[in-house]
Design a protein around this ligand. Structure first.
Ligand SMILES: C[S@@+](CC[C@H](N)C(=O)[O-])C[C@H]1O[C@@H](n2cnc3c(N)ncnc32)[C@H](O)[C@@H]1O
Length: 184
């Protein structure tokens, strides 16, 4: 999807997309610096047109599964063009993750990457999705969240009890990556 088409799609659906640009290279690099070939089952939430998806696929296990949720059907059309047998694209909302985990024989995840704009979602839904993420993550594994502000930090500290913050200046707009680890 071109930058312009992404912008139009984002403007049409601002309450779901929460930004007007896709993640840039520096942001994708930061996120995938935490993903290794050991990570066999990965979950991506709010994949958009696949900017981060492609980088995750490059770094993760060669025979793994990437379960990827996106609610916007026009973005999903573009995601479906990514030719990789590990990628499972789901055109549904993230809170249904357990249904699709069962369908695809995934018991738990080695890593979760989310760009869902919780800032524009109802609070109960945001809490529900983050709790599901924690429940379905393996112990000592990571949850990564992209945000453009620090206002929602408490959502993650409440669920995980820990958080590391990384600022990516070379993104438009500059972005944060929050990294939480499942410790209990
Ligand atoms: C900020 S964009 C990020 C797109 C892409 N990951 C990137 O970094 O360029 C957030 C995406 O989350 C999707 N989204 C919002 N709510 C969602 C939900 N409940 N389940 C799945 N995707 C959702 C939006 O449609 C949008 O494409």
């Amino acid at each position: 999807m071109s930058r312009f088409k992404f912008l139009l799609e984002a403007l049409k659906n601002f309450k779901e997309v929460g930004t007007v640009t896709r993640s840039g290279k520096a942001l994708c690099r930061k996120i995938t610096s935490f993903i290794t070939k050991e990570d066999k089952y990965v979950l991506e939430l709010g994949a958009g047109d696949g900017a981060i998806t492609v980088s995750i696929l490059k770094n993760m296990h060669p025979e793994g599964k990437l379960l990827c949720f996106e609610i916007n059907p026009n973005m999903v059309e573009v995601l479906l063009l990514i030719d990789d047998p590990r990628l499972i694209v789901i055109n549904d909302s993230a809170e249904k993750m357990e249904k699709y985990m069962r369908e695809h024989d995934i018991i738990s995840f080695d890593g979760i990457v989310s760009a869902i704009p919780y800032i524009v979602l109802p609070k109960e839904l945001a809490n529900k999705i983050i709790t599901l993420c924690k429940n379905n993550l393996k112990m000592n594994k990571f949850y990564l969240q992209v945000h453009y502000a620090k206002t929602k930090l408490s959502l993650y500290t409440k669920a995980f009890g820990n958080i590391e913050t990384f600022w990516v200046l070379l993104n438009v707009p500059p972005a944060y990556v929050f990294k939480c680890v499942k410790r209990d």
